[in-house]
Design a protein around this ligand. Structure first.
Ligand SMILES: *Cc1c(COP(=O)(O)O)cnc(C)c1O
Length: 472
């Protein structure tokens, strides 16, 4: 493809993308294809000869598009969104255009310095402590792994990096999170070599938040058995129901026993843009590390995870490595972000974040997040008003967990089965998409109102069809 062809196709594609967004509501939110349907349409081997771009695009439209679930559809209410926005998309275009590999300052000074600055912006915009330093990670899973590895190294005096786990020294680290915390914590505990059996899942209260008394009891028990409590992960907005662990109480416990405190606010962290929400992170100054995902609720397309650490030196000491071929000549202090996490090669993710923050403005971001929270409250009110539904957890952000629970039926298994079936039927209509979890054994439908372009009319349409389908 030469530059002239590139220009022609690029213009065509921008038109196609704009049309896609104009007409996105015509697509079924969730792709209706069956397993192998797409695979069977793809040639078994790669083409030997060059193919015209027009036929590649034709196949994209005919083969790939029907197999896509439309995460940017305003009626996407499932999971947490991976929301994007036009400024983000345009930033991503430039990232691809520059094609820079941003592993160190020298490999693209602007990328390193922009990342430093936008992470300071983000920290201050969300009311995080000014002694936190930020770095962009690909996902919250990676950020949590980074936190566990840093804690492991700091508490072992950087010896596990050097000599591996010393069985003879018998260091047995333990980790703690609530039973509602995200699976990425268990995965990180496995990968970091702590061993899954050393992760304590702490019981929760009636609001699905970690019970600090149970946490302290578990820590004491481990200490009595000669173990070393290493890290507590507090969830601010858990994935199941956006429960909020009591950060201040957990922080005090971590201080008392000298335990690393990591905060997983992957989704709800964005709500901290709103000063009235910051009581949820009371005590955050006691945290060692904190993660939230602009790629979930801050209109920055996947992937972009904001990771903040109090002890920058411990972070860098954990990951730093300097073979001859990576040495560069700067004398001044520069950020070489390859030393701030697992990966060496890094994409220029700060660019899209910068575009988003500048294009929306902090006030614009706040307005959108507030409107999402209001829409979720409105949705919950409509269900309550109907009388046949039950709200299953507090909903301070934009996620509502609910189930159909008519007065006449009390058999829990039957209620679960009805909810599961009708939710799947609703998703099959293509008019909306929701996902589920289990709360206290109850099948809970998760309705998350955080898609960038969701408006009241989409929530109304969804509520109408939910009520109709369940009560018909
Ligand atoms: C989504 C989510 C994660 C995982 O996020 P990734 O960025 O996909 O790794 C972790 N924790 C919580 C609370 C989440 O909601």
């Amino acid at each position: 493809m030469d530059i002239q062809e590139f220009k022609r196709h690029a213009h065509e594609l921008v038109d196609q993308i704009a049309k896609y967004y104009e007409e996105i509501e015509k697509f079924p939110v969730k792709s209706p294809v069956a397993p192998d349907e797409i695979l069977s349409k793809l040639p078994v081997s790669a083409p030997d000869k060059s193919e015209p771009f027009d036929s590649i695009i034709k196949d994209f439209n005919e083969i790939i598009m029907p197999g896509m679930t439309h995460w940017q559809h305003p009626s996407f209410f499932g999971y947490f969104p991976a929301n994007g926005s036009f400024p983000s998309l345009l930033g991503e275009m430039l990232t691809a255009a520059m094609g820079a590999q941003c592993m160190s300052w020298a490999t693209s000074p602007a990328a390193a310095e922009l990342e430093e600055r936008v992470m300071e912006w983000l920290r201050d915009m969300t009311g995080l402590p000014s002694n936190f330093t930020g770095v962009i990670q690909d996902t919250a899973s990676t950020a949590t792994l980074t936190a566990i590895l840093t804690a492991r190294e700091k508490f072992s005096n950087y010896m596990i990096n050097e000599s591996g786990f010393l069985r003879e020294k018998n260091i047995q680290f333990t980790a703690y999170c609530s039973s509602e915390c995200h699976s990425s914590i268990e995965k990180a505990v496995k990968v970091a070599g702590l061993g899954r059996e050393n992760l304590r899942k702490i019981g929760v209260d009636e609001n699905f938040a970690a019970d600090p008394a149970l946490l302290e009891a578990a820590i004491k028990k481990d200490l009595a058995e000669g173990k070393k409590p290493l890290i507590v992960v507090a969830g601010i907005g858990t994935t199941g129901s956006t429960a909020v662990d009591p950060l201040d109480k957990i922080g005090e416990i971590c201080k008392k026993y000298n335990i690393w405190l990591h905060v997983d606010a992957a989704y709800a962290g964005t709500a901290m843009l709103l000063p009235e929400m910051r009581h949820f992170i009371k005590g955050v100054e006691m945290a060692d590390t904190f993660v939230f995902n602009p790629h979930k609720w801050m209109f920055t397309n996947f992937d972009c995870s904001a990771y903040f650490a109090k002890d920058r030196e411990a972070l860098i000491r954990t990951f730093e490595i300097l073979p001859e071929y990576l040495k560069t000549p700067e004398k001044e202090r520069v950020n070489n972000y390859r030393d701030w996490g697992v990966q060496l090669g890094r994409r220029f993710r700060a660019l899209k974040l910068w575009f988003v923050i500048r294009s929306f403005g902090v006030e614009g971001l706040r307005e959108k997040v507030r409107s999402h929270i209001e829409l979720a409250q409105y949705f919950a009110e409509r269900l309550i008003e109907n009388g046949n539904f039950e709200i299953l957890a507090p909903h301070p952000f934009a996620l509502v967990c609910f189930r159909y629970k008519p007065a006449g039926i009390s058999d829990e298994e039957k209620i679960n089965a009805i909810n599961e079936k009708v939710m799947n039927d609703l998703n099959k209509t293509g008019k909306l998409f929701m996902s589920h979890t289990k709360l206290n054994g109850k099948y809970a439908i998760r309705f998350c109102c955080s898609q960038t372009s969701v408006e009241k009319r989409h929530v109304d349409a969804a509520t109408d069809i939910i009520i109709t389908e369940f009560t018909k």
